[in-house]
Design a protein around this ligand. Structure first.
Ligand code: BGC
Length: 731
């Protein structure tokens, strides 16, 4: 977590621990939800370890003062809050941030959010969420970094660095909390909180990897997830909490439960009552319980059988985090420096970072919009200011509308603004009014999507189409015979099939935060050049999910999509002879693959790629195991007259292995800026971790010798294929 504490600090923890009785220790292992100031003060006085943020620097100082001056041991509080993608300045939702393929976006969010939140009295943030998810039905897909484990790991680590700064003890540093450990994003049916059943191999190869990344980046805490894995709720899962996280990875921070996650062991059906639930959870390795209702007096009875050693381990972790945060030396924040209205540079950063996250999915040249032109701006997002996204507190600075920002940034566009329908269909499209407004316009910009409230926690959807009457609006405009640009503002991938072929351009804008509408205007008008790439696949149909690019090949991979026409052969006699066309892995009623694949995304610039090569075409297993990397070099030339960014992707494919391997797996990526007409040489590298896979035979992760394909390029349909040989030894 914290690196090694200096010996004096360690001594401080040990000395304090030695003076505490069991009740005082157990009180340190609780964080409870926002109460009244009086209830908070009572809990602080009794020696509770942590509280939710009491909504202001003065209130935080007041309750902290009670803890320090009036509690039995004077131990300062952890003051926690969900600072997910901003505190006052709101940044793009994490899924959008991953689409930047630029971890500095997330690190900058972390730094600014930490400055704002710490100035308000927060010292612990329940973020980053590094749950891999391949199922857009799950509303929380917007809170994580997409479907790929490497992206989750790198972006999660960037957030930890941003929050925790050079040292946790700096006044602008927050303790991070990586969540939700683990497998939560794989909830069955995409239904929030649902059970998960997966092999140790899938867990290790995919879902655990981002957590390993954030632990290596030094996250101060990790939050357990609500789900079961193979029937055992994670809150009561010793294998995951203790054996893997603490023992195998050496995590020395705090494991906190999710909200009521311990109490939920009762409805899960693995504990008779809360007392038994607590014994199970703390016994499995949980250090802090997060709960809604708390009676501190119950704890000693409930946890009567908790061994001293386990109790001391949990308390030591909490105290160590507090020492590392510098809370014993300076528990208070400077109220005169509280940031309530973010300074201009925070907001400017939010706009710049948001432009880096938009993904241009289709464009026949209609974008960027060029004036003078008559434009009809329509759809609920024409005038809606709902750009902040899920998990934003009341502290978030509101966004503006696209109608305002587009009018401001492109005065030579003659705008007719007509929202024409609501998000959820309670105001159906008035087709005649839309046609009348579109008449005489040169282009239509239809800003459609999902309101923030339809995304995030407890907001799973069974249908991934645009909600309400919004698809019809797109059709009405397409019927009007003018070019149609769709701006899709959403927190999850949506099915686009019903309208995609009818429109000229699609900008996937996501929920981009406080300056989201300005960023969209910048991208539409070309003031910013899009370079985002999909961190998550866009399915053709809801029935296709879960969907992800790094799937295994199957024994019968399909090369063409399905056909719903009747069979013309005798299944018994000719079946095996039809393996090539019929008995392959696909849906009979759907084309092959996603609508848009992981890594897709366009630019207003054009780029040429050349001189793509491996520095060495062979490497040994031992060399990889001792840290040697495989290096790929390439040259990108911007062949257009517009400066732009290009994203370089490197995938690997292990051709023959003892276990079926993904058809490709992201091994490295880099976003490079290439001025118009210029070239940039880039080098990317990957190593053991990107080539290894988990084998359940006691060997753990291993790289198997053999031939690998290395695929390098800007997007999934434009990759250069290189050969890499991994040898057993040098002979
Ligand atoms: C969520 C967590 C969050 C916690 C505290 C829970 O419902 O699952 O992500 O950190 O609430 O607000």
């Amino acid at each position: 977590m914290t690196g090694t504490l200096d010996p004096r600090a360690q001594e401080r923890v040990d000395t304090l621990l030695a003076t505490m009785d069991r009740a005082a220790k157990l009180n340190q292992l609780q964080v409870t939800f926002r109460m009244t100031p009086e209830e908070n003060a009572d809990l602080a006085r009794a020696g509770i370890g942590a509280l939710f943020w009491p909504m202001g620097a003065a209130a935080a100082n007041a309750v902290q003062r009670v803890a320090v001056e009036e509690s039995p041991h004077g131990i300062p509080l952890l003051i926690g809050l969900d600072v997910i993608h901003g505190h006052r300045t709101i940044f793009p939702v994490p899924l959008a941030q991953a689409c930047s393929f630029d971890p500095s976006v997330t690190e900058a969010d972390g730094r600014i959010s930490a400055a704002e939140a710490t100035s308000n009295g927060v010292n612990w943030a329940y973020s980053p969420m590094v749950d891999v998810s391949r199922d857009p039905r799950w509303g929380r897909i917007c809170e994580g970094f997409g479907e790929d484990a490497l992206l989750g790991s790198i972006f999660g680590a960037a957030k930890v660095r941003g929050f925790q700064g050079a040292s946790l003890s700096e006044p602008t540093s927050l303790a991070a909390c990586a969540k939700h450990y683990v497998g939560y994003g794989a909830a069955e049916g995409g239904r929030d909180y649902n059970g998960v059943d997966m092999s140790e191999r899938r867990l290790r190869d995919v879902y655990l990897r981002p957590f390993k990344g954030v632990v290596e980046a030094g996250t101060g805490s990790v939050m357990a997830s609500f789900n079961t894995i193979a029937g055992r709720p994670v809150h009561a899962n010793r294998h995951l909490l203790t054996e893997i996280l603490k023992e195998e990875w050496g995590f020395d921070g705090v494991i906190v439960g999710d909200a009521d996650g311990v109490a939920n062991l009762v409805p899960h059906g693995v504990a008779r009552d809360h007392a038994e639930a607590r014994q199970l959870a703390f016994g499995a390795g949980l250090d802090v319980e997060m709960g809604v209702e708390l009676d501190l007096d119950e704890l000693p009875d409930d946890l009567e059988t908790m061994p001293d050693e386990r109790l001391d381990d949990a308390v030591r972790r909490v105290l160590t985090l507090k020492v590392a945060l510098g809370l014993f030396d300076n528990p208070y924040v400077d109220e005169s420096a509280e940031i309530l209205d973010p300074p201009g540079d925070h907001l400017d950063a939010a706009q710049d970072l948001a432009t880096r996250c938009g993904v241009l999915l289709a464009n026949d040249g209609t974008l960027p919009l060029a004036g003078p032109a008559k434009v009809i701006l329509t759809g609920p997002y024409a005038t809606s200011t709902d750009h902040l996204g899920a998990w934003v507190q009341h502290t978030g600075v509101p966004a503006r509308s696209l109608a305002e920002t587009l009018a401001e940034s492109a005065p030579d566009l003659d705008l007719t603004v007509l929202p024409a329908t609501s998000f959820l269909g309670d105001e159906p499209v008035d087709a005649a009014a839309v046609r009348a407004a579109a008449a005489g316009c040169d282009v239509a910009v239809v800003a459609v999507g999902e309101p923030s409230d339809l995304t995030g926690e407890a907001s799973s959807r069974a249908d991934l189409h645009l909600p309400g009457d919004q698809e019809r609006l797109i059709h009405v405009l397409a019927d009007a015979g003018i070019p149609v640009v769709v701006v899709l503002v959403t927190g999850r991938p949506l099915v686009m099939a019903p309208w995609l072929e009818r429109v000229n351009a699609v900008l996937l804008a996501w929920h981009l935060g406080t300056r989201g509408a300005e960023a969209i205007a910048d991208l539409l008008t070309g003031r910013a050049n899009p370079a985002g790439r999909l961190a998550v696949s866009i399915p053709r149909a809801t029935g296709q999910v879960p969907i992800h690019y790094d799937h295994e090949n199957t024994g019968r991979p399909a090369t063409t999509g399905g056909q719903i026409t009747p069979r013309t052969f005798d299944i018994g006699l000719e079946g095996p002879a039809n393996i090539a066309e019929h008995f392959t892995s696909k849906y009979r009623d759907l084309d092959l693959g996603p609508e848009f694949a992981f890594g897709d995304g366009l630019s207003y610039s054009t780029f040429a790629h050349a001189a793509t090569a491996l520095r060495a075409e062979a490497v040994t297993v031992d060399e990889l195991a001792s840290g040697r990397t495989v290096q790929v070099s390439t040259r990108v030339t911007n062949t257009s007259e517009r400066d732009g960014d290009e994203v370089l992707l490197v995938f690997v494919h292990d051709l023959v292995a003892s276990l079926a391997q993904p058809v490709r797996r992201l091994a490295a990526f880099r976003r490079v800026h290439v001025p118009a007409g210029e070239s940039v040489e880039a080098e990317l590298e990957f190593g053991f971790d990107q080539l290894a896979f988990w084998v359940d035979d006691g060997a753990g992760f291993r790289v198997e010798p053999g031939d690998f394909e290395v695929l390098v390029g800007p997007r999934p349909d434009d990759l250069t294929r290189l050969q890499l040989t991994i040898k057993e030894d040098l002979t």
